[in-house]
Structures are given as structure tokens and as C-alpha cells.
Design a protein around this ligand. Sequence first.
Ligand code: ATP
Ligand code: MG
Length: 158
Amino acid sequence: MSDIELITHSPEETQKLGVYIGESAQAGDIYLLTGGLGTGKTYLTQGIAWGLDIEEYALSPTFVIVRELRGRLPLYHIDLYRLDRAEEVDELGLDEYLYRNGVCVIEWAEKGLSVLPPEHLLIEISYVGETDRRFRFKPSGQHYVDLVDRLKYFIPNL
Ligand SMILES: Nc1ncnc2c1ncn2[C@@H]1O[C@H](COP(=O)(O)OP(=O)(O)OP(=O)(O)O)[C@@H](O)[C@H]1O
Ligand SMILES: [Mg+2]
């Protein structure tokens, strides 16, 4: 199937998009976020956290790589920014989070694509303008194709 994309026009719209994703999330889901500095990965993750009924603000984990938040499902917010090589991702032992009953959101997933699970929802974010960001959804595996199909019903303009 073809990729699906939409543009948000403010940080709040990106959070709202995240809320839809969080509300649709199922145990074991893996969302890989790519896009470079300041594209909105953390804003989207905050929305996902809210959609999972997590009150805590999912601030960008600058000094920690994995942050665990409790909600309808646990959210494992992983940020690979500080890593230089994919092998370092392997050394982190992320399997502990990736194959549990929570939702994994991985910022800077481009740093570890080769060692991250092949079945996932890749969300590529790109800078369009000062307050515009493009989100491209690329599902790998039937579970994520179905997830994107469900999201299409919920998210306006998707
Ligand atoms: N449509 C938009 N969606 C999200 N953020 C936006 C948007 N327009 C402008 N912004 C701004 O872009 C920045 C996004 O910050 P955020 O921390 O989410 O980026 P990030 O991708 O997590 O960056 P980093 O690579 O540093 O982790 C914020 O300053 C926000 O105000
Ligand atoms: Mg961030």
C-alpha cells in the first residue's frame, strides 16, 4: 500500500495527532520516529502519552535514553540521539522494552534502524515551514498496516 502523509500547522496539532496515535495504540506497538533536530518528535510523543492517559509530561529525555511512563499501557520513550553507531543500540539491551506489553516510541530511530525490529510503524517527520511539519506513516508488517488503516478513520485529513 502507498505511504500516507499529513501536515500539521502547529505544535498543538502535532500533539493532537499524537493523541490519536496513543488512543489507538496496542500492547507491543513500536513507533519509530525520524526526522532530525526540532522536527517535533517529542511533541508527537507527548501527544501519544496523553492518548495513553499518561498525565506526566513526556519531556525530551536529554540525559536518559529510556524513560518509562505509566498509563493505560506503559510507554517506553526511547531517545537514541546520543548514540553514534547502530551497534551501540544493540548494546543498550532494548529488547527488554521492545518485546514487553507496552508501547515503544523511539526518537532518532534512524540511528538504529538496522538493529530495531523489522515490524514497526515508521513515522518520518520533515520540516516544511516554521510551524508546518510533514508526517509520513510507513507501516512494516500487517499489524501496522491495519493500525494505519484504523488511524485513517480517526485522524482528520489523513
Ligand atoms: N507543526 C509543528 N509540530 C511540532 N513542533 C513544531 C511545529 N511547528 C513548530 N514546532 C516547534 O518545533 C519544535 C519541535 O520540538 P521537539 O522537541 O518536539 O522536536 P524533536 O524532533 O523532538 O527534537 P530533538 O531532535 O531535539 O529531540 C518546538 O520548538 C516546536 O515549538
Ligand atoms: Mg526530541
